[in-house]
Ligand binder design. Structure first.
Ligand code: PLP
Length: 435
């Protein structure tokens, strides 16, 4: 029976995989097939995918044009290593250079967001002869020693062993302002904290400042429009490079621009990317200034970095995003989705905040709007109830009380309406069983 088959797989998962790798749902699902914005389980049941494999499936599941490019490459050559010329790797690097500021001209390909951030920290620390990093509270940058310790969320900090000395600044989380102020009368204390931290806790010459334009795992925390310009002015005054972690925000997901730094009107010195670039095929990388890129003087390579299969998939994915105007679609459908979720907030007191840009939209759930007490148990139940009704959404935030909606960029306004209708029922059903 397909149902018990999934239960059997879940049992074998628990038996053979690291316990730190958790599964969604009381009864975990195996998706056997995907098509466009839909996923299908072992019983053939259809789900509307509003999580996109954690903001990764950009163009949709099993896109024929992308799959054909991958299959053709598979039949030609799968792997040669970076010791040989790889045409698709070079073309992809050129493509990324054309999408980013002129001063960014050297690309390194790796296999994940963690590795890409690790490489960004390596070049910044080498170039600046410093092991100090400034990071934001509630950030998430990966699962290696350096990136864990650049991540400002205790639930994700499995070790405090770090090659970096990290200084944390208060983050732009307007719903729960660390200074309990209200935007815009706050005077952007969060941005000004960067100056205070540089002046009081660093040697005066940190290697870099790292930030996600919108904090992903943190619960799609969306800074005010002026935040990054204010921060960049401070960084420039001190000559500190800005490493922009676009792992969740890149490739048009925010609708208004290809990358988050463009949406916020600043030019970083390093841009880190992964997730959405390969539409699910593993790839990560970074683009940096020539000066930073040249700071690695020893031998250094990544066996799979820029692999023919991954870079071919990425090129086909970027072509699909461009030819189908998915960035514009993300802007239009994202705005519609957010407006509909605010409508929902009028009926559901558990919705404390709705935020995000494009198709990176969060709904923060609270037990009480006055105290803003987080409601993680309710969020879990909403996830279950949404799944029962055929909708997949994600979860995140420091208190695990935030629903994360980041579907493939192909979803339509009627998909958004369908998702909101399911969330409406799921919230009612979850609330009925207590907070
Ligand atoms: C902003 C950000 N940076 C880095 C990472 C790490 O990427 P990966 O899981 O591919 O190592 C993530 C993963 O969620 C992320 O959201």
């Amino acid at each position: 029976m397909p149902g018990s088959d999934a239960a059997d797989l879940a049992r074998r998962h628990a038996e053979s995989l690291f316990p730190s790798v958790g599964l969604f749902y009381d009864e975990p699902i195996e998706f056997r097939r995907g098509e466009a914005q839909y996923l299908y389980d072992g019983e053939g049941r259809q789900y509307l995918d509003f999580f996109g494999g954690i903001a990764t499936v950009a163009s949709g599941h099993a896109v024929p044009e992308i799959n054909q490019a991958i299959k053709d490459q598979l039949d030609r050559v799968t792997h040669t290593s970076t010791l040989f010329l790889i045409r698709s790797q070079i073309e992809l690097a050129e493509r990324i250079r054309a999408m980013t500021p002129e001063k960014l001209d050297k690309v390194l390909f790796v296999n994940s967001g963690t590795e890409a951030n690790e490489a960004a920290f390596l070049v910044a620390t080498l170039a600046r002869d410093s092991n100090e990093l400034i990071a934001l509270r509630h950030s998430y940058h990966g699962r290696s020693f350096a990136t864990i310790n650049a991540s400002g969320q205790t639930p994700w900090r499995s070790s405090t062993l770090s090659p970096l000395h990290v200084h944390y600044v208060g983050n732009p989380y307007c719903y729960r302002c660390p200074w309990e102020k209200t935007y815009p009368s706050c005077g952007l204390l969060c941005a000004r904290d960067v100056e205070a931290v540089i002046q009081t806790t660093t040697s005066g010459r940190p290697a870099a400042f790292v930030a996600e334009p919108i904090q992903g795992v943190g619960g799609f925390l969306t800074p005010p429009p002026e935040y990054f310009q204010e921060v960049k002015t401070i960084l420039d005054r001190h000559g500190i490079p800005f490493v922009c972690d676009e792992v969740q925000t890149g490739w048009g997901r925010l609708g208004v621009a290809d990358f988050g730094f463009q949406a916020y009107g600043v030019d970083p010195d390093v841009v880190v990317f992964a997730k959405g670039l390969g539409n699910g095929v593993p790839i990560g990388g970074l683009i940096a200034t020539d000066e930073l890129a040249s700071s690695i003087r020893s031998l250094s390579l990544s066996t799979f970095g820029g692999n023919p299969l991954a870079t071919t998939a990425a090129l086909a994915n970027l072509n699909y995003i461009a030819t189908h105007n998915l960035r514009d679609n993300a802007r239009r459908v994202g705005a519609h989705l957010k407006a509909r979720l605010w409508d929902l907030a009028a009926r559901h007191p558990a919705i404390g905040d709705v935020r995000g840009l494009g198709l990176l939209v969060a709904v923060e759930l609270v037990a009480d709007r006055q105290t803003k007490a987080p409601a993680p148990a309710l969020a879990l139940r909403v996830l279950e109830e949404a799944k029962r009704r055929g909708l997949i959404v994600g979860k995140g935030g420091l208190h695990a009380n935030t629903l994360r909606l980041c579907p493939p960029l192909i979803v339509t306004e009627s998909d958004a309406d369908a998702a909101v209708a399911i969330l409406d029922e799921a919230l009612a059903a979850a609330a009925a069983t207590g907070r």
